[in-house]
Design a protein around this ligand. Structure first.
Ligand SMILES: *Cc1c(COP(=O)(O)O)cnc(C)c1O
Length: 355
């Protein structure tokens, strides 16, 4: 047994997947299970499939390849608009691609023809968050013009991404921009289109009944895997947050002053540290650091713990207020924010254990 480690509760992830699959099903929304947080982990991908999720989505082609090579059945959706340099491989591994650049789509068309593969695209439209997508005012004409140049590639629908760069929340208003564009394009193209309306944060609109009925695909990762919504800043009440638990080992426990002694420069990450004088404090050091976790995203089970700081390999925790008796070699448990979990899953120093 080695630490730090993640305890991944496959049953709880399965339950979250079932719950979300039901919620989306009832609202005629196709759920894309997003696996990027777990690097396309095949065991977790299987669980999502078993819960009835039809499409798996990932932002990284290497994660999709990992799933394919582990016999996870598709279809697969590529979430990050592709690099020109990866399109050969994308066409071979991926069924549905989110796109925003005409040049990229034409390259996909060319390669798809070569391999005789039908590729679906979802054209991303920026309704205000300022990440990927063509600006909504220009979208209808641009997509229409492009559609005339495609024969192998199918425009399956349009989509948007919110809550990522600008932190813009999904609302009835910005969703209705998409609906308007969809209706216009459907009329001009003479076919039905899907509207891929968002990620975890958009679940709120389903819960409140405000989601326009035309929005019929959600790409969801965080809610499935962690039961939380970082952009909406909440724990989702009907999902489990104990899907993934981080365990780390104590390598020092001691009393120290709360203010460093000596002239202060910057910390190991180049940050200017701030200290509050609380006198001498009881603290412990955990054998994990910035290379494995984001200290600001650690949520200790022991609510009396205060995370003070992490450098690359050490995390320092104030335990003065805790009623628990910690000793050297003990294990401390945490839930994690999305950003922290992302780093933990990516760290090769963190063992992954499945329950
Ligand atoms: C990561 C990602 C998602 C999933 O977001 P969650 O907040 O984890 O649900 C959806 N769409 C795109 C384009 C993404 O990059």
């Amino acid at each position: 047994m080695s630490y730090p480690r993640l305890i991944i509760d496959l049953e709880k992830i399965y339950q979250n997947a079932l719950t979300l699959q039901n919620l989306c099903g009832k609202n005629n929304i196709e759920l894309v299970g997003v696996t990027k947080l777990v690097l396309g982990d095949p065991k977790i991908a299987w669980v999502l499939k078993k819960a009835g999720i039809k499409i798996l989505g990932d932002s990284r082609l290497s994660n999709i390849k990992r799933m394919v090579q582990n016999n996870i059945p598709g279809p697969f959706q590529l979430l990050r608009i592709p690099m020109l340099s990866e399109i050969e491989e994308v066409v071979n591994y991926v069924d549905e691609i989110l796109v925003s650049e005409e040049e990229t789509v034409l390259k996909v068309e060319e390669v798809a023809k070569k391999y005789d593969k039908n590729i679906q695209i979802i054209y991303m439209i920026d309704v205000g968050d300022l990440r990927e997508g063509i600006w909504y005012e220009e979208a209808p004409e641009k997509i229409l013009n492009l559609s005339k140049r495609l024969s192998t590639v199918t425009i399956r629908g349009i989509g948007t991404n919110l809550g990522c760069f600008g932190g813009v929340l999904p609302t009835k208003e910005n969703m209705n921009i998409l609906v308007k564009i969809k209706k216009y394009l459907e009329k001009k193209l003479g076919k039905k289109l899907i509207v891929s309306g968002g990620n975890t944060v958009a679940l709120k609109l389903v819960e409140s009944g405000e989601l326009p009925s035309e929005i019929n695909q959600f790409r969801i990762g965080e809610a499935l895997l962690l039961g939380t919504d970082a952009t909406g800043h909440r724990e989702i009440s009907y999902l489990s947050q104990d899907t993934v638990i981080l365990e780390a080992e104590i390598i020092e426990i001691d009393y120290k002053p709360s203010i460093p002694v000596g002239k202060i420069g910057r910390d190991s990450m180049g940050r200017i540290p701030h200290f509050e004088d609380k006198g001498w404090r009881k603290r412990l050091i955990l054998a994990m650091g910035e290379q494995d976790i984001d200290p600001t995203g650690l949520k200790p089970f022991d609510k009396e713990l205060e995370i003070l700081h992490a450098s690359s390999d050490h995390t320092i925790v104030d335990i003065t207020n805790s009623s628990q008796q910690y000793k050297l070699g003990d294990i401390v448990k945490f839930r994690m924010s999305y950003g922290c979990a992302l780093r933990a899953f990516t760290s090769p120093y963190i063992e992954k254990i499945y329950k």
